[in-house]
Design a protein around this ligand. Structure first.
Ligand SMILES: Nc1ncnc2c1ncn2[C@@H]1O[C@H](COP(=O)(O)OP(=O)(O)OP(=O)(O)O)[C@@H](O)[C@H]1O
Ligand SMILES: [Mg+2]
Length: 239
């Protein structure tokens, strides 16, 4: 099976601040790979590193076999990695439509309308909101818009950082189902970072637990969910 992403012995951070230590991770094509761990563990930093936004001290990140350490962020995006940021992921003062156009950044103009139609099919509710300012959307609707924006460029790898945090349980469930749909129907490869560890691990094909910048577990997500120590200690899952 082919690996979309291979992270090897990666140490990274922000200038002098070291956050990640010797991280090894693989993301299988067409899979949902979940990264969980406590606050401040370095989950966002891992995604930032893949997107080209951190200081890399050592190691390698290969995307479809190509080294991307040192490649500028906009080039990495062009290569097919879309990144839904943990915060500030839509522009509140723009309409839904204009946010989608923004997500299509650098795509030829005549393709933009086609893509808007495609993503609206995935998130039909957006159709009703096209001309509303994104700032007037509910938290859940905004999150959907953000994912739709990330899909505008038809990425090969979609990285989602806390897409369901702060949403009501029913919406969290719906978002998780959406992610499964993206994998099954578009064949998308998804790297999912989640605070809602239980729900994320339930839909994941493969899981990593990140603690203090180090990978403490990698393997079957269900096994991590049932791990007597890790699930309680790091993920707040009680049974
Ligand atoms: N842009 C930045 N500049 C400097 N330090 C940062 C920056 N972003 C994060 N950090 C630091 O890096 C460490 C890891 O943060 P990171 O955001 O990766 O954690 P996280 O696992 O995503 O946490 P959370 O679950 O709260 O989102 C923290 O100590 C944080 O203060
Ligand atoms: Mg984070």
């Amino acid at each position: 099976m082919s690996k979309t992403l291979v992270v090897k012995d990666l140490s990274a951070g922000y200038g002098p601040l070291k956050v990640l230590f010797d991280v090894n991770m693989e993301v299988e094509e067409g899979s949902i790979t979940v990264v969980v761990g406590p606050n401040g563990a370095g989950k966002t930093t891992l995604l930032n590193s893949i997107a080209g936004l951190t200081t890399i001290y050592k190691g390698s990140i290969k995307f479809n076999g190509q080294e991307i350490v040192g490649v500028p962020p906009h080039k990495i995006a062009q290569m097919g990695i879309s990144y839904l940021l943990q915060m500030k992921n839509v522009v509140a003062s723009l309409t839904v439509r204009d946010n989608l156009v923004l997500g299509a950044y650098l795509l030829p103009k005549d393709e933009v309308e086609t893509r808007i139609e495609e993503v609206v099919q995935l998130f039909p509710r957006l159709k009703e909101f096209m001309d509303r300012k994104a700032g007037t959307l509910s938290g859940g609707e905004r999150r959907m818009l953000a994912i739709a924006m990330a899909l505008m460029r038809r990425p090969k790898l979609l990285m989602l950082d806390e897409m369901s945090t702060d949403l009501a349980p029913l919406l969290v469930k719906m978002m998780m189902r959406k992610v499964v749909e993206l994998r099954d129907e578009l064949g998308l490869t998804i790297l999912l970072v989640e605070q809602n560890a239980k729900q994320a691990l339930e839909i994941g094909d493969y899981a990593y637990l990140l603690v203090s910048g180090e990978i403490r577990y990698s393997g079957d997500p269900k096994e991590l969910l049932e791990h007597p120590e890790f699930s309680r200690l790091y993920l707040g899952i009680t049974r």
